[in-house]
Design a protein around this ligand. Structure first.
Ligand code: ADP
Ligand code: MG
Length: 475
């Protein structure tokens, strides 16, 4: 197969689907993991409506099928692929790692592929599946989230009601926004299986919109999002990236609300703190109900841990739950991480006596991280790094690609990303760059640190000025 035979349309489709899928992942680690799994793919070919994805051995083909088949199908759909497209995972021990895609052969009309395509109902169901354990029953109420909880319940009991429409939930990362939003979706779907409940992230909406534009599929895109009864859009701060897409969202928003369809959104900050969002959108968002989720207090943290530990075998002793609630305060996701560490350790060694000393040892990293999660700001990092390299903060923020500026710029991005809990969006805003530029910078430094001791020493020196060690890095 020569490169002249590469079908660019199919290659584009695959690349778009991959981008869409990666955009649904939450952390850089998940993205890096998926990218490394995708790099096992040695060839892609399209024939008779079947996309064959080949790797060089059976193990990796089985692995990709099991882990990614459904997700890639959804992403290929969203990327504008044929709805009947089938994915086949196969292997070829002689294959090279180069990806090529032979020309698509037209699918004969009558020969509709016969395979496990899920039966589509006439109503459109969610773009992304809902997590089934994100329910109201599993959500622990406390003073930090009681208003948001009550509002979410209100929506689930009476969707489309004016005073709750839209419902806008904001708050820091890992505090339960996605959980609460999906609880609305789960409850409404349970009550009425014919209701079209759609959950997706704003980033996916943006990607799908761009694809629809490129593929001239605007009409079906509009039709789809206007046929929904309940639209749940997670992390709307990402809408700030696309001006044109904001117009489309505005129109969809108006269409749905005039028809009394429910809209729920989440964001890391309140609507008025979304600087790149159009004024008219902000005022629409504020026109419904805005609720904040705050970090939970001790009692709520303990109650959440009890709930999460309820069905664990072997069971987690009360003093361990109290220890975690006392020491891990920043967000619920970190608490879950601590709980699972304790659980693993008890499972491995059931006779172990769980003392505070023992817990301090096994949770050492998490506790230290918690302590270092204090007020280090991105400005402080930019200032410290520029001083170290003898450049100005303005030069760090500029777009000048001279190497003597690129290194301090990327190092400052790396420290902001790895040693503070700031979101990617916050970092991108403070560096006046796109979020892909930040990710690229972070990755570059990561690779260089593996081989450049001098850079590692500089990083260590900068960190020590903040009282940090290299190992204070967040996961
Ligand atoms: P966010 O969307 O705000 O970043 P998530 O909804 O993803 O946070 O929550 C992170 C994790 O913490 C999830 O596993 C979620 O179930 C859990 N969680 C957060 N708050 C609560 C709560 N009040 N009760 C039970 N679980 C919670
Ligand atoms: Mg979330």
């Amino acid at each position: 197969m020569t490169s002249e035979n590469i079908d660019m349309a199919s290659k584009d489709l695959w690349e778009r689907a991959k981008t869409i899928y990666l955009s649904t992942l939450r952390t850089e680690e998940e993205i890096a993991q998926a990218e490394s799994y995708f790099s096992m793919i040695s060839s892609l070919s399209m024939k008779d409506g079947v996309l064959t994805i080949k790797t060089s051995n059976k193990f990796s083909a089985d692995f990709l099928r099991e882990k990614y088949a459904d997700k890639l199908k959804t992403s290929l759909d969203l990327a504008g692929g044929d709805k009947n497209l089938l994915i086949n995972f196969d292997y070829d021990p002689n294959s090279k790692t180069e990806i090529y895609i032979p020309k698509v052969e037209p699918v004969p009309r009558k020969q509709e592929p016969v395979a496990e395509i899920p039966q589509r109902t006439s109503i459109f169901k969610s773009t992304l599946p809902l997590e089934e354990n994100y329910t109201f029953e599993e959500f622990v109420q406390g003073s930090s989230n009681s208003w948001a909880f009550a509002a979410a319940k209100g929506v689930a009991n009476n969707p489309g009601q004016k005073s709750y429409n839209p419902l806008f939930i904001h708050g820091g990362t890992g505090l339960g926004k996605t959980h609460l939003m999906q609880a609305i979706g789960n409850e409404l779907s349970k009550k009425n299986p014919y209701m079209s409940v759609c959950y997706l992230t704003a980033e996916m909406f943006l990607n799908e919109y761009v694809n629809a534009l490129q593929q001239k599929g605007m009409e079906s895109f509009r039709e789809k999002y206007r046929s929904i009864d309940v639209l749940l859009v997670d992390d709307v701060q990402f809408l700030q990236r696309g001006k044109q897409c904001q117009d489309e969202f505005f129109n969809t928003f108006n269409y749905l609300t005039t028809k009394h369809k429910q809209i729920v959104m989440t964001s890391d900050v309140a609507p008025k703190n979304l600087p790149a969002l159009e004024e008219r959108l902000i005022s629409r968002f504020e026109g419904g109900m805005v609720q904040e989720i705050e970090a939970p207090a001790y009692e709520t943290r303990l109650a959440i841990l009890k709930k999460k530990a309820e069905n664990m075998v072997p069971s987690i002793p009360q003093n361990a739950l109290e220890f975690i609630a006392e020491h891990i305060k920043s967000h619920v996701r970190a608490m879950e991480g601590a709980l699972s560490k304790v659980h693993v350790s008890i499972s491995i060694n059931p006779t172990q006596h769980i003392t505070s000393e023992y817990l301090s040892v096994i949770l050492k990293n998490l506790i230290e991280k918690e302590q270092s999660l204090r007020k280090l700001t991105i400005k402080e990092i930019q200032e410290c790094v520029s001083k170290k390299y003898g450049v100005s903060v303005q030069q760090i923020l500029s777009t000048d690609r001279t190497q003597s500026l690129v290194t301090p710029r990327q190092l400052a991005m790396y420290i902001s990303r790895k040693y503070t809990p700031k979101s990617l969006l916050e970092i991108a805003t403070e560096f006046e760059k796109k979020h892909a530029t930040i990710l690229h910078g972070v990755k570059t430094i990561e690779k260089r640190l593996d081989v450049e001791d001098e850079l590692k020493n500089t990083l260590e020196e900068i960190l020590s000025e903040f009282g940090y060690k290299l190992s204070d890095k967040m996961d």
